[in-house]
Design a protein around this ligand. Structure first.
Ligand code: NAG
Ligand code: NAG
Ligand code: NAG
Ligand code: NAG
Ligand code: NAG
Ligand code: NAG
Ligand code: NAG
Ligand code: NAG
Ligand code: NAG
Ligand code: NAG
Ligand code: NAG
Ligand code: NAG
Length: 602
């Protein structure tokens, strides 16, 4: 026991020494090098929070922000991420004389279009090098491969190549590397090549991130020579391969992210059983098939994205027992059957997307304690062929395949909810528009195409606080009149088409700052005067299939889509139509307009 305790204490001490850099008083030569370094950099001092504060008059550079030293006063770490540095990095001999440097962070700077300086090899003690989004370009210099103490290397996000020489040469001597990030670096290697380059050189590797690297498949089992590998991110590479079973043999795997990789074939269900797995992202592999097995008790799964794959079958009941689940995205798959009612108990779930599947039955009751941000359960009418779609239009009975029942009141008590889409199902019942009062963070609401009746009685912007919404869609909701939206100030999209609204389009609608307005298929008779069409945000107005009388109204000039077809308009086509210089779609058919076209239309 004592020995254990001692070890632990000394381990903590070591950690403290290592991370508590700023103990020493800065040595003179180090100050001089830093001053030179700073003077040679081009940076925007108004956006810099560290460099700009370096005070050449204060002798202790170890106190400068972004600088850390060892006890003797050597600079060990420079953390100059997001310092608005835009140039001067290529000739920084002063930087490369900071020989004790262990940590260099230049992430998030705009070092436009210069190669990574070859002299970087002089920083032979570097353990941490972060050039993420530092805007370097060109071939990665092989001098980097001489930094054999590196543990963390991030070259992501620039326009870099690692081709001649390639990955094998770069990592050949970096045996201490634990984390390697090469996102968007052009590597262009076959599966066997990049897999063996990594597995023969990087026994300590824990994190591998090679998103969008132009690498191909297959995934080679030699990767199992990396026993500590726990994070694998290979998204946006054309791997065009099957997902191999052996991935389930990594005993420390926490993240497997392979979205948009053109993976195909059956996904090994063993992978869902890996007890350490926290994040699995298979998004967009449209030819990947599989089903969800029951999840193991005490699964660590936090994020599961299977959207736009060919996964089929039922949701296992055990999905409601994933205590850590924060994100579940199953959109546009082929899932069917009921949504387990206990899913409403997943109190950590923030984002749920079950849209475009064939789920049936009712939606779960959501706990008020839930932290939901986004719920999308729309379009559960299954992946329909166009033939089926034709049937659907003539056979309302197919609606039996949709989610049905009433929308539980509890959903309107999820106070963090920003995005709620329940459209295109068979939900029924009456909802008073007042219900949205319980959703103060709401930004997107879509209840369209159900069997719902939305009651707007008593919606009165002067008497009750309605959340500020950007997108409101209440298509086919049996609305009898306009909800009072006078107080909305950030609304962009309003779709109230296919309802039972009669009377006038209220004047306030023109001052909301909308871009998209669809009031088609109602019983509207006129536009309340005055209406102000001067806003330049407008792009779509659809008023077709109403009973609007009189002359064609003046419309905003910024429109790209305008339909006033199938109304009771009279008179001639007004010449302001010629001012619609962005218009792509214009329909005025089926009115009583005399058909003399202004010359500009031809
Ligand atoms: C670097 O700064 C020194 C003065 O500190 C100056 O003499 C030298 O020309 C600069 N070099 C570059 C490449 O700007
Ligand atoms: C350093 O001192 C000089 C002279 O006192 C002064 O002009 C200069 O602004 C000071 N530099 C900084 C960064 O404060
Ligand atoms: C900066 O480096 C480039 C190549 O690395 C060289 O051509 C140029 O002369 C150097 N400029 C200065 C001022 O040293
Ligand atoms: C993975 O582990 C299984 C046993 O769990 C074993 O049969 C299989 O050979 C392993 N695969 C590889 C490639 O090592
Ligand atoms: C999926 O398979 C189809 C038919 O073989 C093919 O046309 C399509 O390109 C594949 N999609 C992907 C992402 O590989
Ligand atoms: C979708 O799921 C059904 C069973 O629910 C199955 O019959 C069908 O083959 C699946 N379609 C695809 C494309 O996997
Ligand atoms: C939550 O779980 C408890 C016990 O597991 C259960 O009694 C309750 O009905 C569940 N609540 C919901 C909303 O599913
Ligand atoms: C919901 O649909 C199922 C068939 O999928 C049906 O048995 C049930 O009666 C429906 N419930 C309601 C409330 O319409
Ligand atoms: C809201 O839901 C829509 C539809 O699923 C989705 O496209 C969008 O990204 C979501 N927005 C946010 C902020 O989550
Ligand atoms: C809205 O509420 C205010 C105050 O409660 C009331 O004066 C006004 O008549 C109401 N307007 C409508 C359209 O109900
Ligand atoms: C709505 O707007 C009116 C006038 O712009 C304002 O007096 C009222 O307080 C607003 N109501 C709410 C609930 O924000
Ligand atoms: C919609 O309005 C029409 C005509 O005003 C009326 O005949 C019809 O009953 C209304 N439908 C509903 C569902 O209110």
């Amino acid at each position: 026991m004592k020995i254990l305790l001692l070890l632990q204490v000394s381990f903590i001490t070591i950690l403290v020494v290592f991370s508590n850099y700023t103990s020493g008083q800065c040595l003179e030569d180090q100050t001089a090098l830093l001053i030179k370094f700073k003077n040679n950099l081009t940076f925007d001092s108004s956006d810099s929070t560290k460099l700009a504060m370096w005070d050449e008059n204060s002798t202790d550079c170890c106190q400068w922000p972004g600088v850390s030293c060892d006890e003797e006063g050597h600079v060990l770490a420079l953390e100059l991420d997001d310092e608005a540095i835009s140039g001067g990095i290529e000739n920084l001999s002063s930087l490369f004389h900071l020989r004790y440097l262990e940590k260099l962070n230049l992430a998030y700077n705009g070092l436009y279009s210069v190669p990574i300086p070859r002299e970087i090899y002089k920083l032979a003690n570097l353990m941490y090098l972060n050039l993420f989004l530092a805007s370097f370009n060109g071939q990665i210099p092989m001098e980097l491969s001489r930094l054999t103490k590196l543990e963390i290397l991030d070259l992501s996000g620039g326009d870099l190549q690692l081709e001649r020489p390639g990955l094998k040469t770069l990592v050949g001597n970096l045996a201490n590397l634990r984390e390697l990030y090469l996102d968007s670096v052009s590597i262009s290697l076959k599966g066997s090549e990049w897999c063996s380059a990594l597995s023969s050189s990087l026994p300590q590797l824990r994190v591998l991130s090679m998103i969008d690297c132009k690498i191909s498949g297959p995934l080679d089992p030699v990767l199992l020579n990396l026993p500590f590998l726990s994070v694998i991110r290979l998204d946006y590479n054309d791997l065009s391969t099957m997902v191999p079973d052996f991935l389930a043999n990594f005993t420390k795997l926490t993240t497997l992210s392979v979205s948009w990789c053109k993976l195909f074939g059956p996904f090994p269900s063993k992978l869902f059983q890996v007890p350490t797995l926290e994040e699995l992202d298979l998004l967009g592999n449209e030819n990947l098939t599989g089903t969800l097995p029951e999840f193991p008790h005490k699964s660590a799964l936090r994020e599961l994205s299977l959207g736009e794959t060919c996964f089929t079958g039922l949701l296992p009941v055990s999905i409601a027992d994933l205590p850590c689940l924060t994100m579940l995205d199953l959109h546009n798959c082929n899932f069917s059957g009921p949504i387990p009612s206990t899913m409403g108990n997943l109190t950590n779930l923030v984002s749920l997307d079950l849209s475009k599947n064939s789920f049936t039955g009712s939606i779960p009751l959501f706990h008020e304690a839930n932290n939901f941000y986004s719920i999308d359960i729309s379009n559960n009418n299954g992946p329909l062929s166009s033939a089926q779609l034709g049937d659907l239009l003539s056979l309302p009975s197919l609606h039996n395949n949709y989610l049905n029942g009433s929308i539980p009141r509890s959903i309107f008590k999820l106070s963090g909810l920003s995005n709620l889409s329940l459209s295109s199902n068979s939900f029924s019942g009456t909802i008073n528009i007042h219900a949205v009062k319980g959703l103060p963070s709401l930004s997107i609401l879509d209840l369209s195409y159900n069997n719902l009746r939305i009651d707007v009685q008593g919606s009165n912007s002067t008497s009750f606080p309605f959340p500020q919404i950007t997108e409101l869609k209440l298509v086919s909701c049996q609305l009898q009149k306009f909800p009072d939206l006078k107080n909305q100030s950030i609304m962009i999209t309003l779709d109230l088409s296919d309802n039972n609204i009669s009377g006038q389009v209220p004047s306030w609608i023109w001052s909301l700052g909308l871009s998209y307005l669809n009031l088609s298929c109602n019983f509207i008779e006129s536009l309340e005067e005055p209406y102000d069409t001067s806003s330049q945000f407008w792009s779509v107005i659809d008023l077709h299939n109403n009973r609007i009388q009189g002359n064609i109204p003046i419309v905003p000039t910024s429109l790209i889509y305008l339909s006033i077809a199938s109304n009771n308009h009279i008179g001639s086509i007004p010449s302001f139509i010629c001012n619609l210089n962005r218009i792509l779609f214009l329909d005025m058919s089926n009115n009583s307009i005399n058909n003399k076209l202004p010359p500009c239309l031809c």
